[in-house]
Design a protein around this ligand. Structure first.
Ligand code: ADA
Length: 559
């Protein structure tokens, strides 16, 4: 299931059967085709644990007419074929895309998806990094049979007015036919309904902007995550021909001085950075494991999660919406130097990921802030110009959410003025010995002098490593669970008692596999800074974090 609720009652839409045939044409691959389950990454197969190459997935599907194949995520380069005809190509593992085939004759057809996880000269975002670039179809694949026209998108922006909530809705309609489509669009949300006539130009698309007064609809908040179905229905001659259903929440995010306000109430954020990864399943986390992660985070006292360093599976966001977990979602890019940012395809690939993220995820009420460009070159003129462009793009696409970027602790930042929230990644006591408050104060001072005065401050990463099961009763050895506990205790206490800080995201929730190229600085070829390991076994720090996150007083601070 691509979402955690039905998205259509009219459109003919079904998920592809889970079994696909996988062949691997490159060196180090399978000796014969294998039956594999999709979604899944090929690293789940013991013989492909380290395979870097192409994987060809095939299955027969029955299809008829205008066929739209929607792929939630393919890692990390994809080509989609129907009966040998190339329909679509896509770069980037973490956002969905579609392949369209018109007038397909009724019957059985061969769907082939080529995934490729080779690092090469064309890839600017997927590079050897402090997390693993998996291969495969990592999210669900859906086949839809469409009529002459369909609803491509329905974006809802909730607004608080003196008379209660209103929803500003933009619906994008698309025609697949050589004749214009005349019909009507009906929209319903929270007990209200509106209808308008539409004329979609032939083989083109159009946007309809509508406004709905939802008056007394309940607000969405972490304590009371009320969700409503928004239903868009396209009719021809009064008869339904297509529909699209999503879930939204009524809430408003505003910035006021150093505060981030949700429905007028200041947020005190305390949560985790989480990579979308689970031990043997890699990037393709089963939905049950996503839910388990969120239950663990909640047990730890967290109220927020950062999707470091890329957009997440919409089902994870559905769970966050339903459980009231606040989300910082960011587009893909981690730790890129100016040289890497000057890669000829960098901006194009980053823009595409950013646009797809906002288009696909903007209805999720849990997403309270957009981020981008984790720890890239914000200290150089060229790098700062890239930040400015992407921050402005996020703002232009979605003026209703604040924007930020997790910056390195090092001085010289040039984009404080462009961010609504100042975010910094700090590793005092792990990578250096400067006391936590001093590191933090230095960065806050620099931000204030560089255009970021009186803005909210978030510690977007802080943490220390421990190898699960390695104990040092003296609590001194690096990588011991005791040492991680002691460092986290100091870091969290210092950050949460700082008067100017609006939030903390620990690095990180769970240990993750890293690229081979990073192995020498990362025991077990893992980033071991999780409070649980990759199998979600709690380290000693689990109880420490839980206590500190639960000990906050009503203002969110540690008393
Ligand atoms: C950075 C980075 C993370 C991770 C972390 C670490 O801040 O954003 O991806 O690499 O450091 O563990 O050092």
């Amino acid at each position: 299931m691509e979402r955690l609720f039905p998205c259509h009652t009219v459109r003919r839409s079904r998920e592809c059967a889970p079994l696909w045939t996988l062949t691997t044409p490159d060196e180090g691959g399978l000796s014969r085709p294998e039956q594999v389950v999709v979604p899944g990454v090929w690293e789940s197969l013991p013989s492909l644990r380290n395979y870097r190459g192409r994987g060809i997935y095939e299955q027969m599907i029955s299809a008829d007419g205008n066929v739209r194949i929607r792929l939630g995520g393919v890692s990390f380069r994809a080509r989609v074929f129907l009966d040998g005809t190339l329909l679509a190509e896509h770069y980037g593992a973490y956002t969905g895309f579609e392949a369209l085939a018109l007038n397909v004759p009724s019957g059985e057809h061969c769907l082939r998806v080529e995934a490729d996880n080779r690092f090469d000269a064309d890839s600017a975002l997927h590079i050897p990094n402090d997390y693993y670039a998996y291969g495969g179809i990592n999210r669900p694949v859906t086949v839809e049979e469409l009529g002459r026209a369909y609803i491509a998108q329905c974006h809802v922006t909730p607004r608080k007015t003196p008379s209660g909530w209103t929803a500003e809705v933009k619906v994008t309609l698309r025609s697949l036919d050589a004749r214009p489509f005349h019909g009507s669009l009906r929209l319903s949300l929270a007990g209200t309904e509106t209808e308008t006539d539409v004329e979609i130009p032939a083989l083109d698309s159009m946007d309809c902007s509508l406004s709905l007064s939802c008056g007394e609809a309940a607000s969405w908040s972490p304590d009371s995550p009320a969700l409503y179905e928004v239903k868009a229905l396209l009719c021809e001659d009064g008869k339904p021909v297509d529909d699209l259903i999503d879930r939204i929440g009524f809430r408003e995010i505003r910035i006021e001085g150093r505060k981030i306000l949700l429905n007028g109430q200041p947020l005190q954020l305390h949560g985790f950075n989480r990579h979308e990864e689970y031990a043997c399943f890699g990037l393709s986390v089963p939905v049950e494991a996503m839910a388990h992660d969120l239950h663990l985070m909640r047990d730890l006292g967290a109220n927020c999660v950062r999707t470091a360093h890329y957009p997440n599976d919409p089902r994870f966001l559905d769970l966050c919406d339903a459980m009231g977990m606040l989300v910082w979602e960011e587009s893909h890019a981690r730790g890129l130097t100016e040289e890497r940012m000057r890669h000829p395809r960098f901006m194009e690939q980053l823009r595409q990921c950013t646009v797809e993220m906002v288009e696909q995820h903007r209805n999720h009420p849990s997403v309270f802030i957009w981020g981008c460009l984790n720890e890239c070159a914000d200290d150089t003129e060229y790098g700062a110009a890239c930040y400015r462009e992407i921050l402005a793009l996020l703002k232009r696409m979605d003026p209703a959410r604040p924007v930020t970027a997790a910056l390195l602790e090092r001085p010289g930042g040039k984009v404080y003025g462009e961010m609504d929230v100042i975010s910094v990644n700090l590793y005092p006591q792990w990578y250096h010995a400067t006391p936590v408050q001093e590191s933090l104060n230095r960065k806050i001072r620099e931000a204030e002098q560089g255009g970021g005065e009186n803005k909210p401050v978030i510690v977007s990463e802080i943490g220390a490593g421990a190898i699960y099961g390695f104990h040092d009763p003296f609590g001194e050895a690096k990588w011991s669970e005791e040492r991680q506990c002691a460092i986290l205790k100091d870091q969290i206490t210092a950050v949460l008692s700082h008067p100017d800080v609006a939030g903390i995201f620990l690095w990180q929730f769970a240990d993750v596999r890293v690229s081979e190229e990073w192995a020498m600085g990362r025991p077990r070829t893992h980033n071991n800074k999780g409070v649980v390991d990759e199998y979600r076994r709690p380290k000693l720090a689990y109880q420490t974090v839980k206590k500190l996150f639960s000990d906050r007083n009503s203002s969110g601070k540690i008393s």
